[in-house]
Design a protein around this ligand. Structure first.
Ligand code: FES
Length: 392
């Protein structure tokens, strides 16, 4: 089913390349400038988007073995993700039940028990409270009521989603809208996590707009990607998630082959975004590789940070690792010095109020859909969320 969708997109990408066309939205789209800096609006986005939507927080390759864990700051919530003895992945708020200290430092490792650095209360991989220091002195409590707070979590396609609201009833699979079946074609379960780096950036939507925008590539990135880089985009949607790819004449090489022989690695080219904050961009760097960028809002409307993860289909040899290291450095430069540096100046200008709205062209359909989804979520009550993702 999902393979046939890849083939269908490939035919479309090829047809548009032959005709020199793209699909355009019916009209230009306007977004109020204040949506990028208004504090109340930003707070609503944190509550209604980041605290309610499942976030793609980890790759399976980062926590492959029982006891492997990852502690991270997911923007609004400190999260602890662990692979349990049964092989299942669980996620918790990284907060001790005693007085609320963060149980694990941000980072990764393998452990049988999570011990809080404040007074050494400890928890097992299932999040159960198993040890209280000087228990007799402390007094009696029912340990079974004081485990770590578990969060909804789902592992699919070699990626791990967590909802940071422990009371969320939104089914993560429903939220994915079938997109995970497409992402499964990468085969991330068996990939190698080469390295990660953190890049500071502007307002989260200013930063994220750029991941769905090919229009700027030959201009802003003329010195890095080149002034000839194509700027035409085709957008494909599954719920709020979007694949961005370009018209692609090179697909004509397969026209005489049966469709099941068209190479998957070509069929999945482009940028795959996972709403509301992830982008997967493919390229070659010492082997088949992608950069998975996880974007998180900072403490204010003007700040964000992005965890860039360099993933490789196979663990690299020494020479491939050197090439990958160079490419990762280059990609940091492109994002930090070109995209985010421009975004920081852009938000400074937007805040002047000189323009009450900004524009997304008919060729920038990804931005239309992304901003409409954010607006819709801000207006949707918790009890209606499931329906929203079921009906698309
Ligand atoms: S806050 Fe964790 S043991 Fe006291």
């Amino acid at each position: 089913m999902s393979h046939s969708q890849l083939i269908e997109m490939a035919h479309k990408n090829l047809a548009h390349a032959k005709a020199g066309t793209i699909e355009q939205k019916p009209d230009v789209y306007r977004v109020p400038s204040s949506h990028y800096y208004d504090k109340e609006r930003w707070k609503a986005e944190m509550d209604k988007v980041f605290r309610r939507m499942p976030l793609m927080l980890a790759m399976s390759a980062e926590i492959r073995e029982p006891g492997d864990y990852k502690a991270m700051d997911a923007g609004t919530t400190p999260v602890l993700i662990v692979r349990t003895d049964s092989g299942q992945v669980k996620a918790y708020v990284n907060m001790c039940s005693h007085r609320g200290a963060q149980v694990m430092e941000v980072g990764k490792g393998n452990t049988h028990r999570f011990t809080c650095p404040y007074h050494a209360w400890s928890y097992n991989r299932e999040g159960e409270l198993i040890g209280i220091l000087s228990n007799k002195d402390f007094g009696d409590i029912d340990k079974s009521c004081y485990g770590l707070t578990e969060l909804p979590c789902l592992e699919r396609a070699g990626l791990i989603w967590v909802t940071t609201n422990p009371k969320s009833t939104l089914d993560i699979s429903t939220f994915l809208s079938g997109y995970d079946e497409l992402l499964a074609h990468f085969g991330f379960e068996s990939w190698h996590h080469f390295d990660s780096q953190i890049v500071p950036g502007p307002n989260w939507k200013i930063a994220y707009d750029g991941y769905m925008d090919l229009y700027h590539l030959p201009i802003l990135h003329k010195d890095t990607f080149g002034a000839d880089f194509p700027n035409k985009a085709l957008y494909y949607k599954w719920g709020p998630h979007q694949r961005v790819s370009g018209p692609d004449a090179s697909l004509s090489a397969y026209e005489d082959l049966p469709e099941d022989e068209w190479p998957t690695e070509h069929l999945i080219s482009g940028v795959w975004t996972i709403f509301p904050h992830v982008s997967i961009a493919g390229f070659d760097g010492g082997g088949r590789a992608v950069m998975i960028s996880q974007l998180f809002p900072g403490d204010t409307p003007q700040t964000s940070f992005t965890i860039q993860n360099y993933m490789m289909e196979k663990a690299p040899n020494e020479e491939e690792a050197k090439a990958a290291r160079e490419q990762f450095k280059f990609l940091r430069y492109v994002v930090e010095e070109e995209d985010y540096a421009t975004g920081i100046k852009q938000q400074h200008a937007l805040k002047t109020g000189a323009k009450d709205h900004i524009l997304f062209g008919r060729n920038e359909g990804g931005g239309h859909d992304f901003h409409q989804w954010v607006d819709t979520l801000l207006e949707t009550a918790d009890e209606d969320l499931e329906k929203l993702f079921t009906t698309g």
